[in-house]
Design a protein around this ligand. Structure first.
Ligand code: UD1
Ligand code: CA
Length: 474
């Protein structure tokens, strides 16, 4: 049995996607944080048939070719075997496929190769379905095998014409169909598997004498049947999976399905979602067991949440790590790290470069940027801390501001361990506050404060040895 033979894929992505009405090529519109086309390439590279994987994926680009190529390359891992070929003029899906085949060498093994050909706008297609298609193709030893689906409203799709024996005879495009063909509800989602050795000559026999004046890949089916080859068909049970995305209404429908899949997967892995329909998790996010997500939680990019942590309600975390058992409420965070056992929010804004060690508390109306906060420190209310370090166990009083910007440059504030910053302190950077020092409420600190000193006033006077005298009670 020739069940083990090389497998490649061709993805047709040269079209413009005019119905999106967008400056962005259709296949680059994101779904769950990932370009539409990357989801399809993920499904292709996840293919595993008798432990064999896909050898290569050839993407046909045209409209926005450079953007499509670079965006997709950024979105997939460098080890994914993807090549790009350019179809300079969009003369139809048959022409696009022929252009893609030119990227394959005519070398040995040609007879044995299978090639999956599919349109680029089916981001919901799962690898299991492509595997089924390829397996049927090989088991039935067909020249071509296609996926079909039954739709109550077949408008827009090519119709599947079957012969008297119920075998697929050909595909007729909507614009070329007669009345009886238009009534056919079995349609072509444009997902096929071909023997490569038979596909190439069949493509050469296509003509563009049809309503759209294009070379239709769909005509290959009739050409193969007329030449006496067999064509198999697999009927998809799940229409949604083969749903083509042509406009923004379909884009949002696809987004919903994809998010539901992602949420279901994480719930099965031990994540609690109080309301999955109000929980938005990108495909690239990682969650551990016993994470609890409250409504209005949006997790994006490379965000990771540790075991037992609770996020939300109403929190958006982008490329942010959250440690085990931390609680993050009504918070926006980007490019930040929250250690274990922290409490953040409600109403905190963690901007890039925020790093919280274990057990840190960041409270209400606190904005942090490029700040390293050591274990157990607290910034409980109403503060802006930027370009700073805060030592372990220090407490930052309400209303504290780091004046980090002199109009030209940003400067650092370095706050030691066990420091007490009084309410409404302004720290004019660059400035450093020694371990165990104090600042009085309302002080404006313009000079370094030695360990154990008290800074008070505007600008603050420095009273050395203050903390020791406080201990002694004098
Ligand atoms: C195609 C099928 C139709 C099927 C439908 C499913 C043909 C002739 N018809 O129709 O039977 O029901 O898909 O969505 O194949 N493309 C290129 N180069 C081209 C033309 C198209 O790369 O020259 C790409 C497009 O980017 C797109 C795909 O091929 O991803 C389909 O092209 P499109 O023109 O949208 O075909 P449909 O009319 O939808
Ligand atoms: Ca289409």
């Amino acid at each position: 049995m020739a069940l083990q033979r090389p497998l490649a894929a061709i993805v047709l992505a040269a079209g413009e996607g005019t119905r999106m009405r967008s400056a962005t090529p259709k296949v680059l519109h994101p779904l769950a944080g990932r370009p539409m086309l990357a989801h399809l390439v993920d499904a292709l590279t996840a293919l595993s048939i008798d432990e064999m994987h896909i050898d290569r994926v050839v993407v046909v680009v045209g409209h926005g070719a450079e953007r499509v190529t670079t965006t997709l390359q950024d979105a997939i891992s460098a080890s994914t075997p993807v090549d790009f070929v350019e179809q300079p003029v969009q003369r139809g899906t048959g022409d696009a496929t022929a252009v893609a085949l030119s990227a394959f060498s005519e070398d040995a093994g040609l007879d044995e190769d299978d090639v999956v050909v599919l349109v680029a706008d089916v981001p919901l297609l799962r690898h299991e379905t492509i595997e089924e298609l390829v397996l049927l193709h090989r088991e039935s030893d067909a020249a071509a095998t296609l996926l079909t689906m039954h739709l109550a409203d077949p408008t827009g799709y090519g119709r599947i014409v079957r012969d008297a024996r119920g075998q697929v005879a050909r595909i007729v495009e909507q614009s070329d169909a007669d009345e009886s063909e238009l009534a056919i509800t079995e349609v072509n989602p444009a997902i096929y598997c071909f023997k490569r050795s038979l596909l190439a000559p069949a493509l050469r026999r296509l003509t563009a004498t049809n309503a759209q004046g294009e070379y239709y890949l769909t005509d290959v089916i009739g050409v193969l049947r007329d030449a006496g080859h067999s064509v198999s068909a697999l009927t998809a049970e799940d229409h949604l999976e083969c749903m083509g995305v042509n406009d923004r209404v379909q884009l949002s429908a696809a987004e919903r399905v994809l998010r539901e899949r992602i949420n279901t997967r994480w719930m099965r892995e031990g994540v609690t979602m109080v309301d999955p329909s109000a929980t938005y998790i990108d495909a690239s996010v990682t969650l551990e067991a016993d994470v609890r997500l409250l409504p209005g939680t949006i997790l994006e990019g490379t965000t990771r949440v540790g075991a037992g942590a609770s996020i939300g309600p109403n929190s958006r975390l982008i490329n942010t790590q959250v440690g085990e058992r931390s609680v993050v409420q009504s918070t926006n965070a980007r490019d930040s790290e929250i250690g274990p056992d922290c409490t953040v929010g409600p109403y905190a804004s963690l901007r890039p470069g925020t790093r919280l060690a274990a057990g840190v508390h960041v409270g209400t109306y606190v904005e942090l940027k490029n700040v390293e906060v050591d274990e157990g420190a607290k910034i409980p209310h109403l503060a802006y801390i930027g370009d700073a370090k805060i030592g372990a166990r220090s407490n930052i009083g309400a209303g504290t501001i780091t004046a980090n910007y002199d109009g030209k440059m940003k400067h650092q504030s370095v706050i030691g361990a066990d420091v007490r910053i009084g309410s409404n302190t302004v720290l004019r950077a660059p400035v450093s506050i020694g371990d165990g020092a104090y600042t009085a409420a309302g002080s404006v600190v313009t000079r370094d404060v030695p360990p154990g000193a008290l800074a008070k006033g505007v600008p603050a006077e420095i009273d050395e040895g203050w903390a020791d005298r406080l201990e002694e009670g004098s």
